[in-house]
Ligand binder design. Structure first.
Ligand code: TXA
Ligand code: MG
Length: 334
């Protein structure tokens, strides 16, 4: 993996819109092996042709991401996905119910799958999802190939939910940014590994556990999946520069307070994830608000978030962000 010093200084990537002509331009950049940041309903992705090993390698370089951490391949629909992976009846039902949408399926890779081994980190499985964003679905159809896309942020940092966030983090390391507006969900997709009759949740995300369990029954924890790992579930992840203090019911000098619902007596929130206590609204605001408070504070106290519904994904991201900021050397990461 190259570090910053080995990357030649580059111009800031152009930010374009989502007209047919602009999407055609983005498709030609991807087909030529370039990197394009794309909007999805969850977070912005950093897209490349998943079948082009050199292009996939440049995703890892641009993000500073360890290459043992595989990428999600984005497809237009189930028909396209079936060419790359083996779908059990349960996997097919999940895709039919939730695609396009914030559900990633980890499935056995077909022998004929043309996706670069680098994208799947040499694993026998492949992570697939069809994103619910018209521009990016249109782009995948124009490209006619799966696009590999991790979140469009430098490794370990906060995920981007606007084109401006992408430009601030990776603007000089990539070729093009498509501005498709703010991401409505705001946290990454839920990752599921469906087995023969039961399924395992590898990462909580924008599709709540309860919705999936209507189809799968109770979801197992990652430990229950023999041999299936989400290598990217590193403890150090999604981290602001500032120290994060979770489940805070008071605020001390110098700290920012990120509220959820009604703030505690006498505490003036710096920002509020959702004044009406709505978890979907809080998820949509999470990364942008952490980013804003990170600009002005060295320490952020975050109110307790209920673990129900999308709270599971919000708390997962907060705990990983806090784990990093408690460790030595954190401040070098930026
Ligand atoms: O919402 C999302 O999922 C966003 C948007 C851009 O689609 N993408 C995203 O990608 O969050 P990324 O690379 O930040 O996270 C992908 C996760 C990692 O935890 C990785 O380890 C896991 O998916 N993953 C990928 N392929 C896998 C596989 N074959 N088996 C298990 N886990 C896998
Ligand atoms: Mg990520």
């Amino acid at each position: 993996m190259k570090d910053d010093s080995e990357l030649a200084p580059r111009a800031l990537a152009p930010i374009i819109g989502t007209t047919p002509g602009e999407l055609a331009r983005a498709a030609s950049v991807i087909l030529a092996g370039g990197l394009v940041a794309v909007p999805t309903e969850t977070v912005y992705g950093l897209a490349a042709d998943a079948t082009n090993g050199a292009a996939v390698a440049s995703i890892y370089t641009a993000k500073g991401r360890p290459s043992f951490n595989p990428l999600i391949c984005h497809v237009a629909d189930l028909a396209m996905a079936e060419a790359f992976a083996e779908f059990s009846p349960l996997a097919r039902r999940l895709a039919e119910r939730f695609w396009p949408g914030p559900l990633t399926l980890v499935l056995p890779r077909r022998a004929s799958c043309p996706v670069s081994e680098l994208a799947t980190a040499g694993l026998p499985s492949i992570a697939l999802r069809s994103p619910k964003h018209e521009a990016t679905l249109g782009l995948i159809r124009l490209v006619g190939r799966p696009i590999a896309a991790p979140s469009a942020n430098p490794s370990e940092q906060l995920s981007p939910t606007t084109a401006a966030h992408v430009a601030a983090g990776l603007g000089r390391r990539i070729d093009l940014i498509i501005d498709g507006g703010a991401c409505p969900a705001g946290v990454e997709s839920t990752i599921i590994a469906p087995g023969e009759d039961a399924a395992v949740m590898l990462r909580p995300g924008a599709l709540a556990r309860a919705e999936i369990e209507l189809l799968t029954g109770p979801l197992g924890a990652p430990e229950a999946a023999s041999g299936i790992l989400a290598p990217g579930m590193l403890k150090r992840h999604y981290a602001p520069r500032a120290h994060l203090r979770l489940d805070a019911t008071s605020v001390s000098g110098g700290e920012a307070f990120l509220a959820f619902g009604a703030p505690p007596e006498g505490v003036a929130p710096s920002l509020n994830l959702s004044p009406r206590g709505d978890l979907a609204e809080a998820a949509a605001n999470l990364f942008a608000m952490l980013r804003a408070l990170d600009e002005s504070h060295d320490s952020i106290a975050v109110a307790p978030i209920p673990e129900s519904g999308l709270g599971e994904a919000i708390n997962d991201r907060l705990r990983r962000g806090a784990a990093l900021s408690l460790q030595d050397g954190v401040r070098q990461i930026r």
